[in-house]
Each structure stands twice: as C-alpha cells, then as structure tokens.
Design a protein around this ligand. Structure first.
Ligand code: ARG
Length: 459
C-alpha cells in the first residue's frame, strides 16, 4: 500500500522499519474513539462550510458504515495500515472516494491521537469508578457482618492491639474511596480537548474547537496548541492513580495470603477462588491474591516507562509518544481485572475462621496497652504505668503465662493500684469496646462508620 507521503519520497520503506514504525497492532483498540473523533471533526468542517453539506454527509455516513462493519465483525483494522488513523482514512477513501480525502483537512494525527486516547481513557475511568464501587460494596458487606469479630492488629508484623475485623476491612474502603477520588481528578484533566491544535501550531483552516469539544463531551479545550499535542501528563496521572490503587489491592492480597496459611488460620478460601496443586494433593493455593500481588509490578513498571518516555523530550509531538499506548492499555486491563477478581474473592471466596480469630486475641499480650491505661485511669503517669507493665510482661513471658493467669496479689506486687476489675479490662472484647476515640476500633465507632458507609454507597 502506498504511503500518503509517497510522492515526497524516492524509495519505499525498508520492510523491517515499516513494521518497527507501525502501531496498528495495538492502537486498533482506539478504533471507536477514532471514528467518533472523525465524525465530530467532519461535522464541524460542515458547520464552518469548509466541507459542502454533501461531502459532510458522505464522510459521516462512510464513517458510520465503518463503525457498523467493525461492530458486526466484518472489518478489522490490520497492517499494512501504519496506524488506526491511516487505517480509517484509507478505508473511508476506499468506501466513498474523493470526499474521503477531505476528512483530514485542518487536523493532524498529533491532535487526533491525543483526542482518541483521552476519549478511551475517559471511558476506562468511568468503568473503574463502577468497579471500585462494587469492590467497596463487597468489603462493606463483609465488614457489616463482622463488627464484633475480633482480629489481632499488627504493627511491624508483630501482634499490637486487637481490632474489630470490620474496622480492619473498613480501612480498605477508605483507601478505595481515595482511589475513586484520584481517578475523578485525573478524569477532569483527561477531559480536555486537544483537537484543532493540528500538528502543533493550530491551523488557518476555519475550524471551531469548542464545537468538536462539545460534540465529544469534553469539558475544556487546551489553550495552547503546542502544549495540546505534547501533553502526556494525563497518561502518567492515570497510571499513577492506578499504581496507588494496585498497591491497595496488593496489600489486602498479601494479608489474605497470610490469613489462609496454616500458621495464621484466620480464614480459608472457598473452592470458588482457590486452586489445587498439580503435585501435592493437600494444597489449596491462593492464586487469585498472588496474581493480584504479582500484577501490581506490571503497573508500577508502566508508570516508570511513561515517566521515562516524556523525560527530556523536546516540544512538541515526538514519535516517542507512540509508546504511551501499551502502558495505558495494559494498566487499564490489569487494574480492572484485578478489581473484579478481588471483588469476587471478597464476596464469595473467603470465610473467616471466627473461632481461631478469637482464640488468637485471647492468647497474647495485645492487651498490654490496656493494662497500662488501667493504671493511667488510677492517675499513674503513663510512662510509669508503661514501665510497670513492661515488668509484668517480662514476668509472664519467663513463666510462659498471660496476664489473665496472674493472681490479683501478683498484680499488686507490681503496683498497689491494681484491683480485681483489671481482669475485666483485659478481656479482648472490652479492650476493643473501650477504644471509643473518633476513628478508633471501639464498636460504637465502628457501627457509626458502617452506617456512614451504608449511606455513602447508597445501599
Ligand atoms: N501512531 C502515532 C502515535 O500513536 C500517531 C501520531 C503520529 N504523528 C506523527 N507526527 N508521526 O503517536
């Protein structure tokens, strides 16, 4: 197939270089966005009378035919077209002839590709908003039914203080909420139209940028044509927001992987989300969270790739930018499939081992702070109380016993203000219940938060 620029060149491209240069293998994903972008552009050229009404109609109908043929599986963008933009233009010319050659008036592939990616990303972000909300709902239901279930809370991966399991799960709802907000902010910058910036300088053809922007649902237009075709910040922002969201998915995945080990036994995987081993008959593997954890690295890699892609690239469009597509495509595919998989895992893939959870919080020193706070309640300075409890922990550890096994006289030997009621304060349920500070794990606080989420998620 002759290149559009063939008249300017004496020789044809080296076949390897032709393939090296092409992006059709991946940017065909933008076909619907490219068609929409062209339809809006043609409408605008009709309105400004650059095209006659017959030409406008011919072009728009031609583009709609291509869309239909594609949706019916009768047309698929393929080499030898270099990219999706040439591919559609070539197909249009083959369908409608001369009028098709007028479509590219007053635009460049530079503003065109920028428009296509933004339309595609906007759609993906809208889809992620739905997926993240569904994920939040799955966590919400699990939390709601586990307000009074206790789980050891950890810092440094060492038992720290017991938590309401709901409180632990609601922490993830907060993270996913921030993810939604981040994507919303990214969306507002994605939703700015570069169309009409042409190659880099604008055009002397009579165009109406606000018209195409409105046709395509953009909220704004770029104010500077050079910036319009050079900006890839929004791609980086999208992958960055995705990378942060993936870190949250990876964090809960890691927790689930730990929880279902024999060593922790806090939960088990149902058969719907676990896989067996090809060799060891006893195994039930947490492949789903492991895959999510593993795929997080891909998204981090894409972020690095994009940051490096724009670094040191002079204004304006440079072919380096063709490398923006695969990272954002793969990021969107990866994060959406991971969110879906995690939603299924949380909804039907995991069962908590309540008995073992309560055994865990009853048989450790995670009530040590409460022992100190007991003395604080008797007006003992915290630092003194802390040291007293440190001595008690040492005493118990040496004897391989817990606080609850001590006699009241033994307690009194460490501090005279200990009384019989200390045993009540040490019970894990009471330990959690007493954390009534705002945002704490106390049951009343958690109930309040569950109610807030119920309203926020419109359940
Ligand atoms: N396939 C190209 C890309 O994705 C389209 C824009 C090409 N523009 C140019 N001036 N060569 O970036």
């Amino acid at each position: 197939m002759a290149k559009v620029w063939s008249k300017r060149f004496d020789n044809t491209l080296n076949p390897f270089i032709e393939k090296f240069n092409a992006s059709i293998g991946f940017d065909r994903k933008l076909i619907l966005e490219d068609l929409d972008c062209s339809i809006a552009h043609a409408k605008m050229l009709g309105k400004t009378k650059v095209l006659s009404s017959t030409e406008t109609l011919q072009i728009i109908n031609g583009l709609k035919t291509i869309k239909l043929e594609y949706l019916e599986g009768k047309f698929f963008p393929n080499p030898p077209s270099e990219d999706i933009h040439y591919c559609i233009e070539e197909k249009l010319i083959s369908l409608i002839g001369e009028a098709g050659k007028k479509l590219h008036t007053g635009r460049s592939r530079n503003d065109q590709v920028g428009t296509d990616i933004r339309l595609w990303l906007r759609k993906e972000i809208d889809n992620l908003e739905i997926l993240l909300t569904d994920l939040q709902k799955s966590f919400f239901y699990l939390a709601k039914s586990n307000i009074y279930t206790l789980i050891p809370g950890y810092t440094h991966m060492q038992r720290a203080q017991p938590l309401s399991l709901a409180h632990h799960l609601l922490a993830y709802l907060e993270m996913f909420q921030r993810d939604r907000e981040r994507f919303k902010e990214v969306r507002s910058r994605v939703n700015t139209s570069p169309l009409g910036a042409a190659a880099l300088a604008g055009t002397k053809i009579k165009i109406d940028r606000n018209f195409t922007a409105a046709e395509l649902g953009f909220e704004n237009i770029y104010k500077n044509s050079v910036d319009a075709v050079s900006d890839r910040d929004f791609c980086i922002e999208f992958v960055s927001a995705s990378a942060i969201a993936m870190s949250h998915l990876s964090k809960i995945s890691e927790e689930i992987i730990l929880w279902v080990t024999d060593e922790f036994s806090f939960a088990k995987l149902t058969d719907k989300c676990a896989t067996g081993s090809s060799l060891m008959p006893q195994k039930k593997n947490p492949d789903v969270p492991e895959l999510i954890r593993g795929k997080t690295g891909r998204v981090y890699g894409h972020l690095q790739a994009l940051l490096t892609m724009v670094k040191g690239v002079p204004l304006a469009y440079n072919k380096d930018f063709q490398e923006d597509k695969e990272p954002i495509f793969d990021t969107a595919d990866t994060i959406s499939s991971c969110i879906k998989a995690l939603t299924i895992l949380i909804s039907e893939g995991i069962e908590f081992n309540i008995e073992n959870l309560s055994y865990s919080v009853e048989n450790d020193f995670s009530n040590a702070t409460d022992l100190a706070d007991y003395l604080v309640g008797k007006n003992v300075p915290f630092r003194t109380a802390y040291q007293v409890v440190g001595e008690i922990v040492k005493y118990c550890s040496e004897r391989k016993i817990l606080f609850k096994h001590l006699k009241i006289d033994e307690f009194k030997r460490f501090h005279p203000d200990f009384n019989q009621d200390v045993f009540l304060d040490l019970q894990p349920h009471n330990v959690v219940k007493a954390r009534t500070s705002e945002g704490g794990t106390g049951f009343t606080q958690v109930e309040k938060e569950v109610n807030n989420w119920e309203k926020k998620l419109l359940l």
